[in-house]
Design a protein around this ligand. Structure first.
Ligand code: 13P
Ligand code: 13P
Ligand code: MG
Ligand code: MG
Length: 372
């Protein structure tokens, strides 16, 4: 059976600042999908990560389907009405356009989609991150699809022997999607040279070179490119098929042990370590740290199993303790140097305005006599 997995995620309001959407708001969105989605979708799963609500849908309508995107958009609009009634912070934050125009891409919500012929058993992972941007997945994706130190299956399994194609997007190019396809292992240095720049180049899709099947899909939304100003971080989602021709579940998870430093955290303006967290985890310290959740499923004839919460395990408690220390260490440096993002990436207008004012007050000294 050919199916499509579509995950659409938005921040439509949250409690206590950018902390969590709360059960009432999630129920409103869930009830809307249950009520209006019956004819369109086979199944769905709704969760929150930090202040974002994600709707994972399973259907047979292909990628970029207007009705599926509208279902999620309308559910978020319905939720925004409740968020306003409840006085939640940032009600409708990620819904940047007034009218739906056929596809939520470019309208604020993050979207990732995978269309494929279901294998007899079809396990996959759904990742959602908060307080960060799509480049947060660059390093873990690079490592699990190209580095046998993190994925020994690349050398152990004949099904992965030919490697993977990385589809990488230049997200700073605003006139259309600027994409390059590079293959690992042969072009691994070129891939690394691009992916080191998490703000500009992001992995959009990965394909198996053994079976030509799609392996992974990542949202590439950059909100400030759409809104032209700070409206919150992009908080990206990712869908990854696992096992067989793809990394095993554990091989896809292994790079997340790093708690690598990503852009985001407080006011979207800092660097901080990415903490793997449980489903529906809220946000705390310094509006962070940046978090990533992961639910594992099998999908069969379009129906989802219950979710297995793969970061809900004693092993990850140890990782979380290490990542907490790393977060404290970088925050110990306050605003200085790499603790905060560079000027171009500063999401908060305030500092840019401040620097403009200060800039006018600089005076250029007359050159000293000896240099004349
Ligand atoms: P969100 O993008 O998750 O809404 O966070 C915004 C922010 O600036 C937190 O400090
Ligand atoms: P305000 O500046 O609206 O209080 O929000 C700050 C914040 O929560 C970071 O995004
Ligand atoms: Mg928010
Ligand atoms: Mg968020």
């Amino acid at each position: 059976m050919r199916i499509t997995l579509t995950v659409i995620k938005a921040d439509i309001g949250s409690i206590g600042g950018h902390i969590k959407p709360g059960e009432r708001l999630k129920s409103r969105v869930r009830d809307f999908i249950k009520d209006k989605g019956t004819k369109l979708i086979h199944d769905f799963y709704l969760s929150s990560t930090g202040d974002d609500i994600a709707i994972l849908m399973c259907h047979s309508r292909g990628e970029g389907d207007a009705d599926i995107h509208k279902l999620a958009w309308d559910a978020f609009i319905a939720g925004t009405e409740l968020a306003k009634e409840m006085g939640l912070y940032g009600a409708g934050q990620d819904l940047l356009k007034d009218a739906f125009s056929g596809n939520v891409r470019g309208m604020g919500p993050a979207v990732a989609e995978l269309e494929f012929d279901e294998r007899p058993n079809e396990p996959f992972l759904f990742f959602a991150a908060d307080k960060t941007d799509p480049g947060a997945y660059n390093l873990p994706v690079f490592l699990s699809y190209s580095d046998p130190m993190y994925n020994s299956g690349l050398i152990l399994s004949p099904h992965m022997a030919k490697g993977f194609d990385f589809h990488i997007m230049d997200v700073s190019h605003l006139k259309g999607d600027r994409v390059i396809v590079l293959g690992a292992p042969e072009q691994v240095y070129d891939i690394a040279a691009l992916l080191r720049d998490n703000q500009r180049f992001v992995v959009e899709k990965v394909y198996s070179r053994t079976t030509a099947e799609v392996a992974t899909s990542i949202s590439t939304t950059r909100l400030h490119n759409i809104a032209g100003k700070y409206t919150g971080k992009d908080d990206p989602v990712m869908l990854s098929r696992v096992q067989g021709a793809f990394p095993a579940c554990g091989e896809a998870l292994s790079p997340f042990v790093k708690g690598h430093l990503v852009a985001g955290f407080m006011r979207g303006s800092h660097n901080g370590p990415l903490m793997p967290v449980k489903q529906n985890q809220s946000i705390s310290y310094f509006d962070g740290p940046p978090v990533v959740s992961c639910a594992a499923f099998c999908v069969h004839e379009g129906r989802l199993t219950e979710a297995a919460d793969v970061f809900d395990h004693p092993f990850w408690d140890h990782v979380r303790a290490k990542v907490s220390q790393k977060a404290i260490d970088i925050r110990d440096q306050g605003f200085s140097g790499p603790a905060m993002l560079g000027y171009d990436e500063l999401e908060y207008g305030g500092i840019v305005e401040r620097l403009k004012k200060i800039d006018k007050k600089f005076k250029v000294r007359k050159p000293p006599i000896e240099s004349k």
